[in-house]
Design a binder for this molecule. Structure first.
Ligand code: MN
Length: 445
């Protein structure tokens, strides 16, 4: 895992001729990938978020002027744009040099110093975000959800009366369950699931609406390379297999989950809906926000196959994360979503490279376009909890909202919004945008 070197595309002084880009979540230092359907188009196409617009890569791929700037590897950037225009997974499979070549070309074309001719070419390929339909950035192949926050593991154990002990395997390897990609999507609204659960104080299950609906603040890791079946990815190779990251909400039916998950793991409690944010922020865009990975001496140090010099030097990523909740009442009164927690990705016990290595270590093959969820992201203090089961102590201490409403778990009409931003002195702030989803009444209602 070699750190991507800071380069021209991270220049903190660089601004865009497109005014809305500067100071937004999506300045030219970000260049996050997504898919959109412009109003006149029949099919989804690859786009790059820039300010309050999306740059239509499919349209740009047939243009030539923007690929000619000095410093652009024109041949490789041209192939990269054509691949992205067809399917982002094709660009992913071209590997890091192609990702970089296209990034440099896009950066220079959107830079304030770009020629008028280039600006005119790009303006024809810009759509207002408000005018396009967004989709997940790739058709996700497979989905695995990890469990890598010590604080989340501890908090949930305490909340449900199991005590704060975290199972020993947690400290030795990133653990996970295999999820389903079929119900993974933007899922900006979904129906409360029905299922089987044991009501409090009873000994036999009943079938009905989920009574304990929760969200999980997570990040999505987008696999960017295939590894062959039987060929594990090493720590040294791991980051070149990761294309980028987004936000992920692993909606969880806690009552259904806790009844079903012994001894095999989550099933109906998780598979009704998982939401992704529309944009993939690339690892190259995240390069200025890397942090050393340090494991306190009181914890077991990673085994050699999960360790490395590069990991120690820059395995972590500094991403500020928040969860906001907007109830139906807030919406009807014209109130914005209220922030209910905030934390940082740096608190995770395991890094993205270790998750990818652990996934492949027995020979499992991953594919470009697969998604790895990081697991719920909770920080050391109670206010930094990434799920409502932690914030409201498994329903025993409902949280109070500005409207006077209380929430032990989510109600119908609640909208949950996840946000992520990276900030550091000497770098331009970049953001992940939003992962937004609304709880609709149940299928059975
Ligand atoms: Mn999860």
């Amino acid at each position: 895992m070699t750190l991507i070197a800071l380069n021209v595309t991270h220049d903190p002084k660089a601004t865009s001729w497109l005014g809305s880009a500067n100071g937004s979540d999506f300045p030219i230092q970000n260049l996050a990938y997504g898919r959109c359907r412009p109003q006149h188009a029949e099919t989804l196409r690859c786009g790059v978020a820039i300010g309050d617009k999306v740059l239509d890569v499919a349209q740009l791929a047939s243009q030539t002027e923007w690929l000619k700037a000095p410093g652009v590897d024109t041949a490789l950037a041209t192939l990269a744009a054509q691949a992205a225009a067809e399917d982002l997974r094709k660009l992913m499979r071209m590997g890091a040099p192609a990702w970089h070549a296209l990034r440099v070309a896009l950066f220079l074309a959107l830079h304030r110093d770009a020629s008028v001719k280039v600006q005119q070419e790009l303006e024809l390929a810009l759509h207002a975000l408000s005018d396009v339909e967004l989709a997940t950035a790739v058709q996700v192949g497979e989905y695995t959800d990890f469990y890598t926050s010590f604080y989340h593991a501890r908090n949930v154990g305490i909340a449900v009366g199991r005590g704060g002990d975290v199972s020993p395997n947690f400290f030795w390897m990133p653990i996970a369950y295999h999820g389903r990609a079929s119900s993974l999507g933007l899922n900006s609204s979904f129906r409360r699931p029905m299922g089987q659960a044991i009501p409090p104080g009873q000994s036999e299950p009943v079938f009905g609406e989920c009574q304990r609906l929760d969200y999980e603040l997570e990040m999505a890791i987008y696999v960017g390379q295939d590894n062959a079946w039987g060929q594990p990815v090493s720590m040294a190779q791991s980051e070149s297999h990761i294309f980028g990251m987004g936000l992920l909400n692993d909606w969880s039916a806690r009552d259904i989950q806790f009844w079903e998950m012994t001894p095999l793991g989550p099933f109906q409690g998780k598979n009704f809906a998982t939401s992704l944010s529309p944009w993939i922020v690339t690892m190259e865009a995240l390069a200025p926000f890397r942090l050393p990975f340090a494991r306190e001496a009181t914890y077991p140090q990673p085994l050699a196959y999960l360790d490395g010099e590069a990991l120690r030097d820059h395995g972590g990523i500094d991403v500020n994360l928040s969860v906001s909740l907007q109830t139906a009442q807030m919406r009807s009164r014209g109130l914005q979503a209220q922030q209910i927690s905030q934390t940082n990705f740096k608190h995770q016990h395991w890094c993205v490279s270790q998750m990818l290595v652990q996934h492949t270590i027995g020979g499992c093959n991953l594919h470009a376009g697969d998604v790895l969820g990081t697991g719920t992201i909770s920080g050391p203090t109670p206010e930094e909890a990434g799920a409502i089961i932690e914030l409201a102590h498994a329903g025993q201490k409902p949280i109070s909202l500005a409207t006077g409403e209380k929430r032990a778990f989510l109600s119908d009409g609640d909208v949950v919004v996840l946000r992520g931003t990276c900030e550091r002195e000497g770098a331009v702030r970049i953001g992940f945008g939003e992962c937004r989803g609304e709880v609709l009444p149940s299928i059975g209602a």
